[in-house]
Design a protein around this ligand. Sequence first.
Ligand SMILES: *[C@@H]1O[C@H](CO)[C@@H](O)[C@H](O)[C@H]1NC(C)=O
Ligand SMILES: *[C@@H]1O[C@H](CO)[C@@H](O)[C@H](O)[C@H]1NC(C)=O
Length: 211
Amino acid sequence: MREFEMKAVLVFCFLSLSACQLIIPKRKLGYVYNGANSDALIHLDVHLGPLCPDSGVTFPVVKQVAEHYGKDNLKLTVHMFPLPYHQQAFLTAIGAHVVEKFGNGNVTVYDWFETIYSHLDVLSNAATANMTTHDVISLLSNFASSLGIPTNDFLTGMQSRELDRMTRAAWKYSCTRSVASTPTFFLNDIPIAADQTWTWIDWKRVIDPLL
Ligand SMILES: *[C@@H]1O[C@H](CO)[C@@H](O)[C@H](O)[C@H]1NC(C)=O
Ligand SMILES: *[C@@H]1O[C@H](CO)[C@@H](O)[C@H](O)[C@H]1NC(C)=O
């Protein structure tokens, strides 16, 4: 009887363990800006909502911070945390992976988000209320096309199970870091109480003493 109970407990543990195991990505998640050095002293990780207006405000600022310190001193990594209440955000996040894949280094996710953040109005819940998933993907393919990604490549990429899985893995990763809103910032893995009102001068005040 005891033995049976122990086996039952073991089986239960195994089941709960397997239920909790998140996707293990093939490589570290996130989009590194401008091929920055992994040995840089300062690592700035920013979790952005693909369709979040506040993230759109922060996006040029963190790039400015990265440019100021240079890629040997500061490694900027952007993570996508598509908020469910921005209804087209998950598709837009998959689009980022597609652009990365077909951009072959010439077009990057950073170009993608620059384009997306300047067209948030057409991707808002209100603007897309009567659109099907197909319509939204077609709209996104126009943005990709404006960056030089052939429409057929983009549409194929949007069907990719692997890219869908990577987008999920990235979202789950943000959850493991307790990200609950965007933008959320980490400096050398420590959460920073910054927000979209921060200018690069505010960042400088925090980063300079670390160097
Ligand atoms: C990337 O850009 C370079 C330089 O402009 C060009 O020669 C190359 O063909 C481009 N590669 C792709 C895959 O578009
Ligand atoms: C969506 O459809 C409804 C019902 O036809 C209409 O009232 C609304 O204006 C449409 N919205 C958009 C953004 O096209």
